[in-house]
Write a protein that binds this ligand. Sequence first.
Ligand code: ATP
Length: 255
Amino acid sequence: MDLTLHVERLGFRYGRTPVLHEVTLPEVRATEVTAVIGPNGSGKSTLLRCVAGFHRARGQVRLTGSDVGRRPDGGGILYLPQDPPPPSSITVFEAVLVARRIGGAGGRRQDHEAHVAATLTKLGLDEFATRRLSDLSGGQRQMVGLAQAMTRRPDVLLLDEPTSNLDLRNQLQVLRLVRDLARDQPAAVLAVVHDLSLAARIADRIVVLHDGVVHSSGPPAEVLTAEMLGAVYQVEGTVQETRDGVLTIAVTDSL
Ligand SMILES: Nc1ncnc2c1ncn2[C@@H]1O[C@H](COP(=O)(O)OP(=O)(O)OP(=O)(O)O)[C@@H](O)[C@H]1O
């Protein structure tokens, strides 16, 4: 049976302030991407941190499937935070190699180095391999963070706004890579994405979080509606689908 992430009835509070209420997500199977959207402060990052096990939440987070624990060079749940890796004096290549070794992958050094080189190529980071992290922009370091996550070959990848520091071209490239990674590796991916049009392009399913409650979930075309924009984001908007199935969301409120 395919590896599947189950998140059921999660409840969490910071001190006395409740943030998540009985949050149940649709199952996320390996090969699939689920995007979590919602307004600022709706609990998206908290949800990801609860799934990652950083917060002790009520409810259940389970991995099922005969593949669980079978991946020799990786596995498990990996959380990639919103902030890129900090500037430091190690090179991009070293940073990704260290991430792979910390991930517990066994084997020969040459094999790890070849894997890291291939990962950097996939992300278009070849030219940065020998540069120090301290010499990179925030967006470039965010790409390195993604390379570190990919090289650890997790069963479940939790991404908190993986494109927040990236320009338009890199946003698309990263989201394509995330989709390919989910399918090829395979991995179950849960990603917080602010841009609704990008979420629609990357995700098999979208979960809308509003005040810590799941407002709606399902395929992008079902979830991204003018009604949802009004009820959750309090804006007037339109959702249009092009002939090749791309959804475009436009806010029509005047400024
Ligand atoms: N460490 C913390 N201690 C107390 N309250 C917190 C903490 N972190 C977040 N919160 C509060 O919990 C709520 C949810 O925050 P969270 O960061 O999960 O939202 P979000 O949907 O990811 O927001 P954004 O889109 O702005 O990143 C917010 O009201 C926030 O102020």
